[in-house]
Design a protein around this ligand. Structure first.
Ligand code: URQ
Ligand code: ZN
Ligand code: ZN
Length: 487
């Protein structure tokens, strides 16, 4: 299959230039002006539009079993909705039950993802610790293209891990050349605040927000960063939602520590007033963790993306319909946590970011695709329009408008936190594996067409602990200045 995208302006994270793009057998074969295409090639007219690397969403949970139910979006409908929005790769999460083999869980998630319409990869969560976990992390990196491991500091009595596991697992990640990532909220404090609120008779969705204030996230982010610093590993903080976490990341990065921050499109535009709407279902539809914050955190998050404190954007796409959210009708701690975003992330980032002068088109490519590809070691296979890169790209119409609504979305969920938001800038065409899968508002996808994208580990170039010990060794006793040195 061959496709020629003609007449567009190519935008990479570091360059913008007029060029045609020719793809064949799922790979970009030529980038340049006035390209010819062989007979039979699909021609896509990109005149007046941008040709950009397909979006990478590093944080999704398709058909996740969670809080007594299963997320309503599956790998087919979720990746298809992503393709409609310009997203050509998801990094989802294998989340083993505590005491479950990581490998067994990985195989189960690989089986579920087999129906995907678009490409996918996996972080694997470390939800418990043993010699077996340590050993299986090695197998996953060596044999299965996993180079990132997730740690939940929240969700006590479920998938939360304590600091000792963070220390051991971060150390193991360093040994393997893998990236540890964390959901940073202090699960012990959340648990106590939940109990206190329920005892005080606060059972509605507003209790969710009250039980996990920004300080609870900032403390955990700071703690994860401190532990990573002691170990010498990098650390990637997912769904950074508040200034407190950004400040912790900025301090660490200023000190030369390798810390990354991810921001959700939802937290950039929605604030905590949604929990005080008086409409239970509306408020419950916004229950996710971390919760939506007071408005001033949004400008901090935008600043974090603009100044490089945060590098990636994501959605944490984890969908629950009204009947599922109603499980917590009498107790907010039972409302399944999660919201949707995979179809709208790119348009929200363009409309609220680029159109409002916060991001340049190149910075848009960086935070929706290229930075993520680099952090998780699949650049320039992904995250760049270049010869040899995968033919996973979008033709972006910077001026087209649409109004976001659950009613017109391709996502398999009856709620959208961006409901009614008019966005300027939409995905006109999506090419996935070299095939046009979205054009003229129509999806042309098939179950199972998505590929698993393995992510290689990074070279292990030093033993941080040994290095740290060497650096910490007391300097030799200061020598007397030798006689010949004149004062
Ligand atoms: O915490 C997460 O990232 C998963 C369980 C999705 N739910 C959520 O509220 N973010
Ligand atoms: Zn999370
Ligand atoms: Zn998540």
């Amino acid at each position: 299959m061959s496709t020629l995208i003609r007449g567009g302006t190519v935008v990479n994270a570091d360059q913008t230039f007029r060029a045609d793009v020719y793809c064949e057998d799922g790979v970009i074969k030529a980038v340049g002006p006035d390209l010819d295409a062989p007979a039979g090639a699909r021609i896509v007219d990109a005149g007046g539009a941008y040709v950009m690397p397909g979006g990478i969403d590093p944080h999704t949970h398709m058909e996740l079993p969670f809080m007594g139910t299963i997320a309503s979006e599956d790998f087919f409908t979720g990746t298809a909705a992503g393709l409609a929005g310009g997203n050509t790769l998801i990094i989802d999460f294998v989340i083993p039950n505590p005491q479950q083999s990581l490998l067994e869980a990985y195989q189960s998630w690989r089986q579920k993802a087999g129906k995907a319409a678009g490409d996918y990869s996996f972080h694997v969560a470390v939800t418990w610790w043993s010699d077996q976990v340590e050993q299986e992390m090695g197998v996953l990196t060596r044999d299965h293209g996993v180079n990132s491991f997730k740690h939940f500091m929240a969700y006590k009595n479920a998938i939360m891990v304590e600091d000792d596991v963070l220390m051991k697992s971060f150390r193991r990640c360093l040994e393997l050349g893998a990236v540890p990532t964390v959901h940073a909220e202090n699960g012990e404090v959340v648990y106590l605040m939940q109990k206190a609120l329920l005892e005080a008779g606060i059972t509605g969705p507003e209790g969710h927000s009250l039980s996990r204030p920004a300080e609870v996230e900032g403390e955990a982010a700071n703690r994860a960063i401190a532990i990573a610093g002691l170990v010498g590993s990098p650390v990637y903080i997912v769904h950074v939602s508040c200034k407190e976490s950004l400040d912790a990341i900025a301090r660490a990065r200023a000190a030369g520590q390798r810390v990354f921050g991810e921001v959700l499109a939802q937290h950039l535009v929605v604030d905590d007033s949604v929990y005080r709407s008086g409409d239970w279902l509306q408020a419950a539809g916004h229950v996710m963790s971390p919760p939506f914050r007071p408005k001033h955190h949004q400008e901090a998050l935008w600043a974090g993306l603009m100044n490089g404190t945060a590098q990636t954007t994501a959605t944490d796409h984890c969908c629950f319909c009204a009947d599922q959210k109603a499980m917590g009708r009498d107790d907010f701690t039972k409302i399944p946590n999660g919201t949707a975003g995979i179809e709208d992330r790119m348009a929200v980032l363009w409309s609220e970011g680029v159109r409002k002068g916060r991001l340049t088109p190149q910075e848009f490519v960086a935070v929706t695709s290229a930075n993520c590809a680099q952090i998780f070691n699949i650049y320039p296979r992904r995250g760049r329009i270049a010869v040899g890169s995968d033919a996973a790209l979008v033709v972006w119409d910077p001026n087209a408008t649409r109004t976001i609504s659950a009613k017109t979305s391709h996502q398999n969920v009856d709620f959208n936190v961006f409901e009614g938001l008019e966005v300027t800038g939409t995905c006109a065409v999506t090419v996935s594996n070299g095939k046009v899968v979205w054009e003229n508002g129509q999806l042309d996808v098939e179950q199972g067409a998505g590929n698993y994208i393995p992510r290689p580990t990074f070279p292990v170039v030093y033993d941080a602990v040994k290095l740290r010990n060497e650096l910490a060794r007391p300097s030799p006793v200061a020598r007397e200045p030798s006689a010949h040195v004149t004062p």
